[in-house]
Design a protein. Structure first.
Length: 118
């Protein structure tokens, strides 16, 4: 059985305490967003994972492959689904992105969130 992992006060973690995950996969223009985070759990078959994620300003393409639930701890981003609408996420907002969601994300201020993907 796996043991529970705790992340005390995820807002106080410095970038140096997180794992560098590199630039986003499909950037759109400059600046290019850079990701880092803390992986709390991942199934061996990679069917699900949970963690803390941070992303710097920039715009990038999102093609969600697995259902994701997240809660934004800080920052601000604008998500634009391919249907032309848009919504803003910031501190205190929870969001669910179903598998198959497609659009873009424009990070205005560095975003930090906790998430679960499955």
């Amino acid at each position: 059985m796996s043991e529970a992992k705790l992340l005390q006060d995820p807002l106080t973690l410095s970038r140096e305490e997180m794992t560098d995950w590199g630039d986003v996969a499909v950037p759109i223009g400059e600046p290019v967003s850079h990701e880092c985070g803390v992986l709390l759990f991942r199934r061996e078959d990679r069917s699900s994972e949970m963690g803390l994620w941070e992303c710097t300003p920039g715009t990038w393409r999102c093609d969600v492959e697995k259902d994701e639930f997240c809660y934004f701890l800080s920052g601000e981003a604008v998500y634009r689904p391919d249907d032309g609408s848009e919504f803003v996420v910031r501190e205190g907002i929870a969001a669910a992105f179903p598998a198959g969601w497609k659009g873009t994300c424009e990070v205005k201020q560095t975003v930090r969130k906790v998430y679960m993907v499955r």
